[in-house]
Write a protein that binds this ligand. Structure first.
Ligand SMILES: Cc1cc2nc3c(=O)[nH]c(=O)nc-3n(C[C@H](O)[C@H](O)[C@H](O)COP(=O)(O)O)c2cc1C
Length: 250
């Protein structure tokens, strides 16, 4: 961020103490607030986080900005809402829910099922996508542009019973297929853990993790697994390691 805008920070301006401190919070009160790092019109020597300056707390400037942040759970690397009380808890009853067009995601879901014994649920549509590759490319892009919510043909009757949903999908146009959005909006995922996995052709997760976090903001997201197409021979080992890292298996 250095050289873009200086960062307006929470601390009041005050003298530094004489001893070393970690994460100092600034003076207890005051009228001047601190901004750090140089903005676009600062000298090059100020382009560093340790550079600090002060400005009256009710003022602004064209070279000062703020940074938007969210809390992250240290253990899982997952993103949770600021102030949320829930912590990642991958225990309890597990559902594997997936959408697959060509079968790769389905194969991965089935391997996960084999290793966990969890319930398996395929997300299916009232009006399925075309089976023709070039046509589905267009259909998927159209749905993404329109932020469509394709109607789902099957539903999880007992979603309340599940604490963890392992959610699988192919990377479509660098994000989730829109049926995943329909699925996430159908249920209340507050306090549940969502552990995503995706099959892709080189783009790994693309923007899909952000899309999921936005659609289920009160859930906790576990560490995801991205698999190149069907995953090949190393798939069972990859899945085993990933499940264990998420605390699903020992
Ligand atoms: C409509 C469509 C869009 C795709 N977009 C991407 C993409 O943006 N990035 C990528 O890496 N792979 C993309 N792929 C490739 C798929 O993610 C990949 O083939 C995946 O293994 C398909 O999983 P499935 O067999 O479960 O449907 C796309 C495939 C389709 C059909």
């Amino acid at each position: 961020m250095h050289g873009n805008v200086g960062e307006w920070i929470w601390d009041y301006y005050g003298d530094y103490g004489t001893t070393a401190v970690t994460d100092p919070v600034g003076a207890e009160n005051g009228t001047l607030c601190v901004y750090r790092g140089g903005g676009w019109n600062d000298f090059a020597k100020n382009m560093r986080s340790s550079y600090r300056a002060a400005l009256s707390e009710d003022k602004g400037s064209f070279n000062i900005g703020i940074r938007l942040v969210r809390n992250a759970a240290m253990v899982t690397g997952s993103v949770i809402s600021a102030g949320a009380q829930n912590v990642s808890n991958s225990s309890g009853k597990i559902l594997i829910a997936y959408f697959s067009w060509g079968g790769n995601t389905k194969g991965i879901a089935e391997e996960i099922q084999l290793q966990t014994g969890a319930d398996l649920f395929e997300i299916e549509l009232v009006t399925p996508y075309s089976t023709d590759y070039n046509t589905v490319l267009d259909e998927a892009q159209r749905d993404q542009n329109e932020q469509a919510r394709p109607e789902l043909a099957v539903h999880v009757e007992n979603m309340d019973e599940y604490d963890t949903v392992i959610l699988g999908y192919p990377n479509w146009w660098a994000s989730i297929p829109m049926p995943i959005a329909s699925f996430l909006e159908e249920y209340d995922f507050s306090g549940k853990t969502i552990i995503p996995f995706c099959s892709h052709g080189g783009g790994r997760f693309g923007q899909s993790l952000t899309a999921i976090a936005k659609l289920a903001p009160d859930s906790v997201m576990g560490d995801g697994l991205s698999v190149h197409y069907s995953g090949g021979n190393s798939l069972p080992d990859e899945i085993s390691k990933w499940l264990s890292e998420n605390g699903i298996t020992d």
